[in-house]
Design a protein around this ligand. Structure first.
Ligand code: ASP
Length: 461
């Protein structure tokens, strides 16, 4: 007999079936024992006669079992409307233990008081069994599928870009990976696929997307992880409003299809200039909800016309990144960097910044002027961006794009307080993976030697 899922049991009333799953509760009434058996589709009530099936005494919460028995309709007053299979139960005739369990380190019951997060992270594989985590990762999958299809139908193609790469300026520290074959040299993990996606435009792909893993070695907060996922897009022959229109349509449809219980406060999404946002809300990511206690209200807005540069350390740094197109000529930029606005735009949702992008500076003389204002020396420009400047000499379409912090977007849509609750295996605030115990100091001297690396124990801590 083939096993069926719990969810399907309802349509097998009066028939004999095989079910399997984790025991999520045991209620003994002497002559009869009720087990709740949970699989990924939900919970079903199993009725066991302990006289006949003696191994019932070996079963604990989270033991994995297989049962065979008849699906029976429950009497009217025993129907449980809270669960999908609440109108039926299985009268167990055969019971098999597929896997024993130790007593689990915390209860999976969602109504339990808050479980210590470090314990949840250490035993993430148990934590993932909770209904909320199951829901979050399934919604994440549905959203990914939806967005892939949406973009694909709109002519975008998915292209993967390298993970072992070179530093790209998104303003955080790089994670470095030592090269064994070229001693003393390092790859950087991408802070974003920025330069690659622009080079794809030079390569004749006009609409690109990727669910890209990005790595930024910075302090982790509730809405930030050092390793995270971006939905990254880039388009050729477009202006700012073409990009924003596409993005707006994409999120309206995502919400309608995957989060239908949510309502969008204002369509089309308002476009607010950076200066207005700062003067009215003192923030470039204002929360525009009417009622901030209403979790089903989604207030999207685009913030536009950012300053191109911000003062930093006696000089300037790019407000977004140096590839952004300024609303000025190279001459004006050099003369008065502070006053220059740019074609940068952000998408904010309920007070969170969920995406940012720009129309790009695609002419080499403009890029050079930007790098100069940022204080890069000729040699440094050549070293860091020579490939891009060179590529831009060979016919480059005007282009622009955007990237969305996919984890943060889901955090808002799923009403979670932490980004960790929408990621299967997240890291702690100081970047540790508690389940696998990463990062690890357990590297052999041989491995280090191969990489030409010596650890300076004195500078540790
Ligand atoms: N690469 C940028 C970022 O990560 C997004 C973009 O400009 O498309 O913020």
């Amino acid at each position: 007999m083939n096993r069926i899922s719990n969810e399907k049991a309802v349509s097998f009333s009066g028939k004999k079936v095989k079910l399997a799953g984790w025991v999520s509760s045991i209620r003994s009434h002497g002559k009869i024992v009720f087990l709740d058996i949970r699989d990924e589709t939900g919970i079903i009530q199993a009725v066991v006669n302990p006289e006949k099936l003696k191994m019932i005494s070996d079963i604990k919460n989270e033991t994995v079992v297989e049962v065979v028995g008849e699906i029976k309709k429950r009497p009217e007053k025993m129907v449980n409307p809270e669960i999908k299979t609440g109108s039926v139960e299985i009268g167990v005739s055969k019971l098999k233990i597929l896997s024993d369990t130790e007593t689990i380190p915390f209860e999976l019951d969602e109504t339990q008081k808050k479980i210590n997060e470090e314990v949840r992270m250490k035993y993430r594989y148990i934590d993932l069994r909770r209904e909320r985590m199951q829901r979050n990762l399934r919604k994440r999958h549905e959203s990914t599928q939806f967005l892939r299809n949406f973009l694909s139908e709109n002519g975008f193609i998915g292209i993967e870009t390298p993970i072992l790469t070179k530093s790209t300026p998104e303003g955080a520290r790089d994670f470095l990976v030592p090269s064994r074959k070229i001693p003393g040299s390092f790859y950087a993990l991408p802070q974003s696929p920025q330069q690659y996606k622009q080079l794809l435009m030079v390569g004749g792909f006009e609409k690109y997307f990727q669910f890209a893993r990005c790595f930024r070695d910075e302090d982790v907060r509730a809405d930030r992880q050092a390793e995270f996922t971006q939905l990254d897009i880039e388009m050729s022959f477009v202006d700012r409003d073409d990009v924003l229109k596409l993005v707006e349509e994409m999120y309206i449809e995502l919400v309608e299809n995957v989060f239908p219980n949510k309502s969008i406060k204002e369509k089309p999404f308002p476009k607010i200039s950076y200066d207005e946002a700062i003067s009215r809300w003192n923030s470039d990511r204002p929360d525009l909800r009417k009622d901030k206690d209403n979790p089903d209200e989604l207030a999207f807005a685009f913030i536009v016309d950012f300053p191109m540069f911000e003062k930093f350390d006696g000089g300037f740094r790019a407000e977004h990144h140096p590839f952004t197109k300024p609303k000025a000529t190279p001459k004006e930029i050099r003369k008065n960097p502070e006053k220059i606005k740019s074609f940068q735009y952000d998408l904010v949702l309920n007070g969170a910044e969920i995406g940012g992008g720009s129309i790009r500076a695609h002419k080499p003389d403009m890029l050079k002027a930007i790098f100069e204002v940022l204080g890069h020396k000729e040699e440094e420009i050549e070293n860091k961006f020579g490939h891009l400047l060179e590529a831009f000499n060979y016919g480059v379409p005007p282009h622009g794009g955007m990237a969305f912090g996919f984890d943060r977007l889901l955090m808002v849509l799923l009403e979670e307080e932490s980004i960790r609750d929408v990621i299967a295996f997240p890291k702690t605030g100081d970047g540790r993976g508690l389940m696998m115990n990463t990062p690890s100091a357990d590297i052999s001297p041989d491995q280090l030697k191969e990489l030409s690396i010596k650890i300076d124990h004195e500078s540790e801590n």
